[in-house]
Write a protein that binds this ligand. Structure first.
Ligand code: BV8
Length: 249
């Protein structure tokens, strides 16, 4: 009798092209609060829908900037977990691995994954709010009296903003296109730690199901995909991923 973990292991071992589609739950065991968990979730403390929008930044740039600085400190003080590392370790042995993440913490890249599509940007980067080209690492200004948000170093006139996609902003079409192609070409999608609420990102998992792709889900809670998934594993990403991805042979 195959346990769900053994079935998931077999699907992961057989697949030549795997997509990992990850949400905030992927980094929960690193200590980064998810948006939705009642106790630690950011929804509980702040309403991202009120803060993670261009309107909020226009209305109160300092409040929104402080919200991101609060989250950047968490990301700086935490680190990728065993789940990120298990995915990264899979690359390189002749299999095509693509990570499509909704997360903005950069942990998949830090753990060593090379093919990472960041649908919603990177919280550890800034860009000019009024369009100067380029992004640059978010750093804390030395001068405690520096303006908040900081002024763009390129134009010297406008403020910077976090290099993330806010609610109501469109995703980078090229990134989304590459993500769609990866889903269409994969043999297996592993959907990890997402409540499937945020679109168009969640639409990628819908597409995978619609195309009949082999589908593994890892989440302590059920989701809209649980019933149709080949394997729906109730548990934590940092515990389950090493069990299904680490080849013992
Ligand atoms: C857009 C960056 C065009 C900022 C983020 C349909 C089509 C298109 C748009 C929409 C649509 N319907 C609604 C919209 C509008 C909106 C949207 O989706 N709203 C939601 C709230 C209903 N979408 C947009 O605005 C997108 N733009 O489509 O442009 C357009 C424009 C205007 C109008 C129409 C169309 C842009 C969305 C991007 C938003 N930016 N991040 C920032 O971070 O500050 S999204 C943000 O939310 C994060 O990236 C995060 O990933 C995401 C939250 O979702 P999850 O990752 O799923 O996390 P969540 O906390 O919800 O769930 C955690 C899960 O983990 C849970 O299931 C939990 O059980 C599980 N878990 C917990 N612990 C563990 C675990 N799993 C495994 N292991 C564990 N240990």
């Amino acid at each position: 009798m195959n346990t769900p973990i053994e079935l998931a292991r077999r699907l992961a071992t057989k697949a030549q092209r795997i997509v990992f589609f990850t949400g905030a739950g992927m980094s929960a065991d690193s200590g980064v609060p998810t948006f939705r968990d009642a106790l630690t979730g950011l929804w509980a403390q702040y309403d991202p829908l009120q803060l993670a929008t261009p309107q909020a930044f226009a209305r109160d740039p300092k409040l929104v900037w402080d919200f991101y600085e609060y989250r950047r400190d968490i990301v700086r003080n935490c680190a990728p977990n065993a789940g990120h590392r298990a995915i990264a370790a899979l690359e390189g042995n002749g299999r095509e691995v693509t990570v499509i993440t909704q997360n903005v913490d950069g942990y998949h890249q830090l753990a060593g994954s090379r093919e990472v599509l960041c649908l919603h940007g990177n919280i550890m980067e800034d860009r000019c709010h009024h369009g100067c080209p380029g992004v640059f690492p978010a750093t804390k200004p030395e001068d405690p009296n520096a303006p908040v948000p900081p002024v763009c170093a390129t134009c010297g006139r406008r403020t910077v903003r976090p290099n993330v996609v806010w609610f109501g902003e469109t995703l980078d079409e090229a990134v989304l296109e590459r993500a769609r192609a990866a889903v269409e070409n994969c043999g297996l999608i592993v959907v990890i730690g997402t409540s499937g609420v945020v679109y168009p990102a969640a639409g990628l998992a819908d597409t995978a199901l619609g195309l009949g792709k082999r589908f593994i889900e890892i989440n302590p809670e059920p989701s809209q995909w649980s019933r149709e998934a080949d394997v729906s594993l109730r548990g934590r990403a940092s515990e389950i991923l090493p069990q299904i991805l680490t080849t013992t042979e």
